[in-house]
Design a protein around this ligand. Structure first.
Ligand code: SAM
Length: 274
């Protein structure tokens, strides 16, 4: 584990762009570009239901995949050292198979990411657990997710009792995630936009989680953090392994980064780019 200021993190990332590490497939392909930081306004916003919170995780949804889900949590989450009771309970509850395209539904509880269309992925279960844990949330906290994708990470946060806002740049994914989330009665607000800019209207957030990798830390996300909040984000060059960071603000308002893991996320794309 390393603690670094934001400037030092930027320097680390700059060095990493010179390396030739091969991408790993833990979370998804790393093929396209994330541009530096042009001032692109958010795309048209299509939203949604207001988020709702429940103080405690909901009653587990029992279905014909419940046993597989319990095994997934026991073997992939608990045995790997995740201890956060809220995260564990939520992942026992959320029917992951509902967030996976039909042709991959049989593989939904496997120890890997899966394609969800449009070149994107639903993250590996253990990555969802690690990121949810790293946010260090309490029920009722307001959380922003960048990269709704299938909606699974958002559902886990909602099942933890959080007020969840989620931003997705691909309209079709935002729409399908919204449908599944509403069907399962998870009150998540979904916005179709470039999440680089966060979702200012509802800021500040008690936690922000980014599930696609930029090559630098988006300043708007730092600015939308509440004083004791964490920003959990993979940062790194395109086509290489990234570092998963947990950023917080110290007493002087300086951003401090703690590196957590080496990961391989799909890139954070920007509005106007493919
Ligand atoms: C690894 S997938 C996310 C997985 C998702 N959290 C889930 O539980 O299924 C990354 C997602 O980030 C989205 N994304 C990439 N760049 C984005 C941006 N600038 N703003 C919002 N979403 C973005 C991708 O379209 C993709 O759906």
């Amino acid at each position: 584990m390393a603690l670094l200021t934001l400037a030092a993190v930027a320097a680390t990332c700059a060095v990493e762009t010179e390396t030739t590490l091969s991408p790993i497939t833990a979370v998804g392909p790393t093929t396209t570009t994330a541009s530096p930081s042009p001032a692109v306004a958010p795309k048209a916003a299509v939203t949604t239901t207001a988020p709702t919170t429940t103080a405690t995780p909901q009653t587990p949804i029992l279905d014909d995949r419940t046993e597989e889900r319990m095994t997934m949590v026991d073997q992939q989450i608990v045995e790997r050292g995740v201890e956060d009771a809220l995260v564990i309970a939520a992942m026992r509850e959320v029917p992951r198979h509902r967030f996976v395209p039909d042709q991959y539904a049989a593989l939904a509880y496997g120890d890997h990411p899966l394609p969800i269309g449009y070149g994107q992925t639903i993250s590996q279960p253990v990555i969802v657990a690690l990121m949810s844990t790293a946010l260090q949330l309490a029920p009722g906290d307001k959380v922003l997710e960048i990269g709704t994708g299938s909606g699974y990470q958002a559902a886990v946060l909602a099942a933890m009792g959080m007020e969840v806002y989620s931003v997705e740049i691909i309209p079709e994914l935002a729409a399908s995630a919204q449908t599944v989330l509403a069907d399962l009665e998870y009150g998540v607000a979904v916005l179709t936009a470039d999440g680089y800019h966060g979702w200012e209207e509802h800021a500040p957030y008690d936690g922000i989680v980014v599930t696609a990798a930029p090559d630098h830390v988006p300043q708007p996300l730092v600015e939308q953090l509440a004083p004791d909040a964490a920003l959990v984000i993979p940062v790194g060059p395109i086509g290489a392994v990234q570092t998963l960071w947990r950023f917080t603000l110290d007493a002087r308002g300086e951003v401090i980064g703690e590196s957590l893991e080496q990961v391989a996320f799909v890139p954070l794309t920007r509005a106007g780019e493919d």
